[in-house]
Design a protein around this ligand. Structure first.
Ligand SMILES: [Fe+2]
Ligand SMILES: [Fe+2]
Length: 308
């Protein structure tokens, strides 16, 4: 009741610029089990990540809501509303995606139950620590999202509906990448804790992902193990991604780090156009109307990411 009342007072505020809440548009049942480059390793890894999103992203929303009454800045308030809207949609879409795997004898329930217990424990932490955890995870989602956007050759190997889900999510993670961070800075500004928490989150995130992906791989070992070529390719892609992302990951430990120091504008616009035109996603067609020429010039090419 208190939560509803608290949220209501934000309803009539101005809208955020550059962070749009879009409806998902994909059919989870049309996605093959090894949808990523026909690689069981990579597919299980992404599905494992997806299995953490419904609970994880609700926690992110909770940690920002905890403190939004202490945010004075109207622009940031508008961004928080958009952040909450986007994460709520992601949570729902990934719950649908996860549910589609239950038909195929994946056992997600015990892992989900374990996650729910961790969620209860995390919500008992000090609100500052909860928000610092969200900032750290948002750094990961932005850098992973950015990596996917910059590597269209990977996406060529995905089923169309898998592209729709993962690219929609990647773009929105990039759009709202600074919201939790700016909220943390506005309310607490404790840089030492922000960096300390990132160390813990890194270890937790790495072990959680490894554990949940291995679990799915083993549940599916009859189908996964024989695809030796796909698995080797998946491990190669993982190693390449890991090495490429190290500098971006480490930038979080700088005292003056800000999530907007990497400018994704061109690459995000390129993908909005691609999703609207090549993947017929209605929610990105609205972006095309808003972002007119010359951003979407006739022969838009893959742009380079600009580091400022
Ligand atoms: Fe998300
Ligand atoms: Fe996010």
């Amino acid at each position: 009741m208190t939560q509803t009342t608290t949220e209501k007072k934000y309803l009539n505020r101005a809208k955020a610029v550059g962070i749009r809440v879009r409806k998902p548009f994909f059919n989870p049942k049309a996605i093959r089990r090894h949808y990523f480059a026909n690689s069981p390793v990579m597919s299980h890894l992404l599905t494992a990540l997806s299995s953490t999103f419904p609970i994880g992203e609700q926690f992110f929303v909770h940690s920002v809501r905890n403190v939004r009454d202490r945010v004075q800045d109207e622009k940031l308030q508008a961004e928080i509303s958009a952040f909450i809207g986007q994460e709520a949609m992601h949570s729902k879409a990934h719950a649908e995606f996860n549910d589609a795997w239950r038909r195929d004898d994946y056992q997600l329930d015990s892992f989900q139950a374990w996650l729910a217990r961790q969620d209860v424990r995390s919500r008992a932490l000090h609100p500052k620590v909860q928000l610092a955890i969200t900032c750290a995870f948002e750094h990961f989602t932005a850098l992973l999202g950015g990596y996917i956007l910059r590597h269209p050759e990977i996406l060529k190997t995905l089923d169309d509906d898998a592209v729709r889900l993962w690219m929609w999510h990647a773009i929105e993670e990039i759009e709202h990448r600074a919201v939790a961070f700016d909220t943390y800075r506005a309310v607490y500004g404790d840089e030492k804790l922000r960096r300390q928490v990132m160390r813990g989150v890194t270890t937790g995130f790495a072990s959680l992902t490894f554990y949940s992906a291995s679990r799915l791989f083993l549940q599916d070992k009859k189908n996964s193990l024989p695809k030796v070529g796909g698995n080797i390719f998946g491990l190669y892609m993982l190693a390449k991604m890991f090495v490429t992302l190290i500098p971006e990951y480490l930038s979080y430990y700088k005292k003056d780090f800000h999530p907007h120091e990497i400018d994704y504008t061109d690459i995000v616009n390129y993908w909005k156009k691609t999703l609207a035109e090549d993947y017929a996603m209605p929610s990105f067609a609205d972006d095309l109307v808003q972002l007119q020429q010359p951003v979407f010039a006739e022969n838009t090419k893959m742009p380079n990411v600009i580091y400022s």
